[in-house]
Design a protein around this ligand. Structure first.
Ligand SMILES: [Zn+2]
Length: 109
């Protein structure tokens, strides 16, 4: 399975919540990691997920997104539940700062 990077998923909150790890209050659009259990999901903030240094790149700039995914060690896809459409919608990606900076740099040229 050479080449293909596994796509990991994080979620943007569609309603206020609390971090299961540190009890921090979380608001709509905060990016969190979900630990899915049978009945409900445990919500973890980026700090508790060791992702506090990562940068969110909103969808819309496909050049930056493509480059950032290429350079990122482990890019995360951000999904958000839409009450209207009853489905998850892609919001953008989360990558390490280095990858984000390099991608923006290159896309700017
Ligand atoms: Zn936390």
């Amino acid at each position: 399975m050479a080449g293909a990077k596994k796509e990991n998923t994080l979620y943007a909150l569609s309603r206020n919540s609390r971090c299961y790890g540190c009890d921090r209050a979380l608001v709509v659009d905060d990016i969190v990691r979900l630990n899915k259990k049978q009945d409900e999901s445990e919500v973890y903030c980026l700090n508790c997920s060791d992702l506090e240094d990562y940068v969110f790149l909103a969808k819309g700039n496909s050049n930056v997104t493509r480059l950032a995914k290429k350079y990122a060690q482990s890019p995360w896809v951000i999904m958000k539940w839409s009450e209207i459409w009853k489905t998850y919608e892609r919001q953008g990606i989360l990558v390490d700062q280095k990858a984000a900076a390099r991608a923006k740099d290159e896309a700017g040229n």
